[in-house]
Design a protein around this ligand. Sequence first.
Ligand SMILES: [Zn+2]
Length: 227
Amino acid sequence: MLWTNECLYCHSFVYILSDGRVKCSKCSKKLSLEKINKVMLVINSYIDDESALSLSKRTKLSYTSIQKYYETLRILSAQICEQEYEHVRMIKCEYEEYYYLENTKKLKREAVFDAHNFLTFDYSKHIYTILMPSLQQYKKQFFQDSVEDGYIDEFNRFKRNSKIIKVDKHFNNIVSFWDYFEKAILKYKGVKNNSFIYFLKECEFKYNHTKNEAIELLVKEYFKEDK
Ligand SMILES: [Zn+2]
């Protein structure tokens, strides 16, 4: 086991202290085994797509504390995605635009303003996403100016066109990421606007890695600095 024979911060040899904590021989950092085991448990469940509620019921750990861990893990996932992007960004890539609308909103004419629009890049099998700004802030102005009809018609044309492209296109990594994303978002009962970016990055992170890779990356990132 990684955490009982090497330091999670600097990978040096560790001692087990009589109070059950591990202490690094080089950087002298100490961690309790209980804390390490808790973090490992939460990371595993997060990667297995277990909900915070289900984990809290299964382990009797407080829901609020697990939710906080999950929030941290989502932020760390997003950070890893950005670090990985730095390594692939010079590779020639393909990209496609995608918009996401909750099913209940799909029939509304003005739904364009509620759509989450993002770009999906495929860097030789490594997916990267960029969330585009929400149109929500323009909604009121558009309806005041009565220019919405032309705009909404244009958007509906775009939707049809992009669907045709999507169907016609050969099965590729970008489409397969969208399929993954659409299945993943169904498990959430609505994603709030301001947390959408973290949900998207969580999908990107999980999609790009096997479970073991993802766990290892998160453990490294989590123990990089003191929290
Ligand atoms: Zn150390």
